[in-house]
Design a protein around this ligand. Structure first.
Ligand SMILES: [Zn+2]
Length: 98
């Protein structure tokens, strides 16, 4: 318990850590702040998870194709195929309306 208290006085609170997390990932914090963030993340699982989540968001934002839901893409593709094949339904009845 004494150790926990000691650490708390030296490192950031969760709120502080999350506030600077974005800047930390963009390398916009001072070395001192970065060190404090790292120290906090080493001792705080939830905040470490936040960092991983932020990283994933950043990666998916940089790879814009990931933003589109693959399920939606697949559904659209199949819909387009069905239209071009002139197959209105799964039961195969071609009414010739399309
Ligand atoms: Zn924390």
């Amino acid at each position: 318990m004494a150790i926990r208290w000691w650490r708390k006085t030296r490192s950031l609170s969760c709120e502080d850590a999350l506030n600077v997390l974005q800047s930390y990932m963009d390398d916009e914090t001072s070395t001192d702040t970065a060190l404090q963030v790292v120290t906090h993340l080493e001792n705080c699982g939830p905040c470490e998870n936040e960092l991983h989540m932020f990283r994933r968001i950043k990666i998916s934002l940089s790879q814009r194709s990931d933003e589109v839901n693959p399920v939606v893409l697949d559904a659209l593709r199949r819909y387009g195929e069905r239209l071009s094949n002139g197959e209105p339904d799964e039961n195969g009845s071609d009414t010739g309306l399309i």
